[in-house]
Structures are given as C-alpha cells and as structure tokens.
Design a protein around this ligand. Structure first.
Ligand code: SF4
Length: 281
C-alpha cells in the first residue's frame, strides 16, 4: 500500500506557537496557571496540558491571582480588560491571523459599518471576534441562510470570515452578498494554512483510493477537511486516534492519502502512519 501524507498535515504555525509558549511557561512553574478553554481541539493535547498542572477555566470571575493563558482562538476583549484590572499575568497566544480578524472588525465597526461574519456562532474564535463590534455582528454559517436573509438595512457593510472556514463557500457567499448589498467591503480572513490544506485534500482525495483525515470531531478545520474529502472520495475516514483505525477496512486499498487538522500533533500522525504501514498489500 502506498501512503501519502499531506505536507500540510498537523499543527499550523498558530497552534505550534501557542503550544510551545504554554509548555515553556509551565516549565518555569510560576504559581497557578489557568487556561481559558482548551488550547486546541485535540484530546491528546488537552490531556498533556492538564498533566502540566495547568487548570482549565471558562471564566476569570473567581481567579484573583496567577497567570491566565489566552488560546490561539482569542477571547472577548472585555475578558482581557478584566484580567488586566485584576492584575493577572496574561500569556496571550492568540494567533496573529485571528488578531487580524479582530482588528479588521474593530476598525470598520468604528466607521459605522454593519459587520457580517461567515462562521460558526458557537465557536470560540467567533465569540471573541464578535466582541470587537460589541456583539452586533450578523453571523452566518450556511450559504442557504445567506440567500434568505433580508439585507435591506445593510447598505454599508463589512464581510469577513472565520479563519478556518471553507474557502469555496466563502467565495460563493461573497458573490451573493455583492449582489445584495450596495456598499460592501470584503476581507478574506481565512488563513493561508487553511486554504493550503483544503486545496491539498482535494488533490489527495482524487489521487488516492482512500483518505484518512486525522482530527477531533469538534475541531472546525478538521471537520471541514473531512467534508471536502468526502465530497471527492467516498472512502474518506475521520479518526482521532490510532485505536480508531480499523485496518481491515484498508486492506482493499492500494493508495491511501493522509491529512490532519491544524490541531493534530505530529506524534499522533506518526502513530497512525505506523499502524497503517502494517497493512500488507
Ligand atoms: S488555523 Fe490558521 S488562524 Fe487558526 S491558529 Fe492555525 S494559523 Fe492561526
């Protein structure tokens, strides 16, 4: 069996930087360290962070001293202000691509534009980004919803995207909005690594008998990779651990492509690759 691993598989720069910062900080052991939510959507990484003695919190209301870590997804601006007023030490690992999204929203909101975000309302990145326009953004995740919305009150708007959205869908959404809104400023804020992965998985899915996407189901970018792969190749499998790899299913394939979401660590990809190699063909 020929196995091809995508050169874009695994940690993106943003997650890598956040992970290394947190590991280094934990080693220095400077009192209590708290992390606002999961560092990334991967259960192995979450376990590792916990093993370092870093406590996961969802709010800083009950924290009076120590260090708080802001994850790569960013958080709401008022939480940062509150942490500063409490004199908590802040380790900010917000990805620069997410910061850029926040800054664009803030700039154009101040200019009076209506903000439209193409993204998942419940996702941490979007909750944080929405705070930069005082939670006034219209958040849409589906093309069909966009088609049905009345935009008559949106004569002057900004359209941006969650950094890990589907590039093809965002472009489609852009065309729809340009027809519906007279004055619309558009920034494609999908990060380059997301675009690269999505392009690459399309080719892998066409060129291989089967595809494995490594990632957790609650990881937005991994889920989208899997969806794109499935559209091109019905033999697409979404797994988050080597244990879930059912080798029997793969014995009939001559070629397998492997990709992984931005939150999948290299050791997990290697583990799955090693197990896959044991399939004789
Ligand atoms: S997926 Fe993109 S935006 Fe998100 S952390 Fe990675 S590089 Fe940053």
């Amino acid at each position: 069996m020929k196995i091809t691993i995508s050169k874009f598989a695994g940690f993106c720069q943003g997650v890598e930087m956040a992970y290394q910062t947190v590991i280094n900080h934990a080693k220095q052991n400077n009192g209590d360290i708290y992390i606002l939510g999961d560092l990334c959507h991967n259960h192995e990484i979450v376990k590792k962070i916990k093993s370092l003695g870093i406590k996961k919190i969802n709010s800083i209301n009950n924290i009076q001293k120590g260090t708080i870590i802001i994850t790569a997804h960013g958080i709401a601006k008022e939480i940062v202000f509150k942490a500063k007023s409490k004199k908590l030490k802040i380790i900010d690992t917000t990805c620069p691509k997410v910061k850029r999204l926040q800054q664009i929203i803030f700039k154009f909101y101040k200019q009076g534009k209506k903000i439209i975000i193409f993204g998942d309302e419940s996702h941490k990145e979007i909750k944080g980004a929405n705070s930069w326009c005082d939670y006034q953004a219209l958040i849409v995740s589906k093309i069909k919803d966009l088609r049905n919305i009345d935009f008559s009150k949106f004569e002057n708007a900004l359209f941006v995207s969650q950094t890990t959205q589907n590039q093809k869908n965002f472009m489609e959404a852009t065309v729809i909005l340009q027809k519906k809104i007279k004055k619309i400023k558009i920034f494609n804020t999908i990060c380059q690594t997301t675009k690269d992965r999505q392009e690459d998985i399309k080719n892998l899915a066409k060129e291989n008998d089967a595809i494995i996407v490594i990632g957790d189901t609650h990881s937005a970018n991994s889920t989208r990779l899997f969806q794109i792969s499935k559209q091109k190749n019905k033999n697409s499998f979404f797994i988050n651990s080597a244990k879930k790899l059912n080798l029997k299913k793969f014995s009939k394939f001559n070629t397998v492509g492997v990709s992984a979401g931005a939150s999948a660590p290299q050791w997990l990809i290697s583990e799955i690759y090693d197990k896959l190699k044991t399939v004789s063909k």
